[in-house]
Design a binder for this molecule. Structure first.
Ligand code: AMP
Length: 287
C-alpha cells in the first residue's frame, strides 16, 4: 500500500491507474478505523480495480465547541488495517494542504443539510460537502462508498453529486454493529464503561420502533410516526444521562418528517450521553 500526503502525488498516482484503464474506488474517512471502515474498504475492493482511502480529520466540519482537537487518532494502526483490507493508496493530507491561505469556497447543499444533525451542527454538512468535493476532484474516482450510519451525510452527498454532475457512482454501505447492536463509531471510545453498557439502547429502540410499525395493518389501531417518536424517546431516556436530541421518522429521500409510516420511512436518532458524547443511528421502519 502506498501512502501520500501531497495532493499532486496522489493525483499523479490515480492518473497513472486511469491511463492503465484501471477503475478507482474512494472511501473517505476521518481515521481511527473500526470494522465499519474496514467493511467499506472491502466493499470498495469489489467495486473497482484500485482502492483509495482518504484519512483526514476535516476541521471545517467541526463546530467551535466540538471535538476536533481530541478526535481519536491512531495512524500506524490505521495504516495496518487499511493494508490488511487490500487498500492500494492511503491519502493523509495535512489541513494546511487542503485549506491553504485565503481559502474561501464552500459547497452548500441547502435543504438536506438543515434538519436533523444539521440543526444542532450548523455548517457541518457544508464542511462535509466541501471536503468531499475536493476529494472527488483530487482522486477522480469511479465510485465512492459511504456508510448508511451517517444517512444524512449520504443523502447530502448523493444530492450534491446529482446537482453538480460529478461523474461517479455513490454506494451506500449498511451499518456495521458491535455484537450487542451498538453502531460502530470512532466516537464510541469516548464512552465510559457504564455509558457503553447502556448505549445499545439506541439499537434496541430501533427494533422496538420496527415492531410497532409492523403491527400496523395487523391490528385495529394505527401507530403514527409521532407515537413512535415518543415511545422511542421514553425508552432511551430511561437510561441515566441519555438525552434524545432527535428521534424523528423521516422520508428516507427528502429527510422531511414523515406524515405516515410506509416503506420509505426511516427512524433517525441522535442521542447525547451526559452532554459529552453524541451517538447517532437509524433504521428503516419497514423493509
Ligand atoms: P468517519 O471516519 O466516521 O467519517 O466515517 C467514514 C465513513 O465510514 C463514512 O462513510 C461513515 O458513514 C462510515 N462508517 C462509520 N461508521 C460506520 C459503521 N458502523 N458502519 C458502516 N459505515 C460506517
Amino acid at each position: 500500500m502506498k501512502q501520500f500526503t501531497g495532493i499532486a502525488d496522489i493525483r499523479e498516482c490515480c492518473a497513472g491507474w486511469r491511463r492503465q484503464s484501471l477503475s478507482i474506488a474512494l472511501v473517505p474517512t476521518m481515521g481511527f478505523f473500526h470494522e465499519g471502515h474496514v467493511s467499506l474498504m472491502r466493499r470498495a475492493k469489489t467495486l473497482a480495480d484500485r482502492v483509495v482511502v482518504s484519512l483526514f480529520v476535516n476541521p471545517i466540519q467541526f463546530g467551535p465547541s466540538e471535538d476536533l482537537a481530541k478526535y481519536p487518532r491512531a495512524l500506524d494502526r490505521d495504516r495496518a488495517l487499511a493494508e490488511g483490507a487490500g487498500v492500494d493508496a492511503l491519502f493523509t493530507p495535512a489541513a494546511a494542504a487542503m485549506y491553504g491561505d485565503g481559502f474561501q469556497t464552500k459547497v452548500v447543499v441547502s435543504g438536506l443539510s438543515q434538519g436533523l444533525c444539521g440543526a444542532s451542527r450548523p455548517g457541518h454538512f457544508d464542511g462535509v460537502a466541501t471536503v468531499v468535493t475536493k476529494l472527488f476532484h483530487i482522486v477522480a474516482p469511479d465510485v465512492a462508498i459511504f456508510g448508511e450510519k451517517d444517512f444524512q451525510q449520504l443523502a447530502v452527498i448523493r444530492r450534491m453529486v446529482a446537482d453538480l454532475d460529478f461523474n461517479l457512482r455513490i454506494v451506500g454501505h449498511p451499518t456495521v454493529r458491535e455484537a450487542d447492536g451498538l453502531a460502530m463509531s470512532s466516537r464510541n471510545t469516548y464512552l465510559s464503561k457504564e455509558e457503553r453498557q447502556a448505549a445499545p439502547c439506541l439499537h434496541r429502540s430501533l427494533t422496538l420502533a420496527q415492531n410497532l410499525a409492523r403491527q400496523n395493518g395487523a391490528s385495529q389501531k394505527t401507530v403514527t410516526p409521532r407515537e413512535i417518536e415518543r415511545t422511542v424517546t421514553d425508552f432511551i431516556e430511561e437510561n441515566p444521562g441519555f438525552a434524545v436530541e432527535y428521534a424523528t421518522v423521516v422520508d428516507r429521500a427528502s429527510l422531511a418528517p414523515a406524515g405516515k409510516i410506509d416503506e420509505n420511512s426511516l427512524l433517525a436518532l441522535a442521542v447525547r450521553v451526559n452532554g459529552r458524547v453524541r451517538l447517532i443511528d437509524n433504521a428503516p421502519l419497514l423493509d
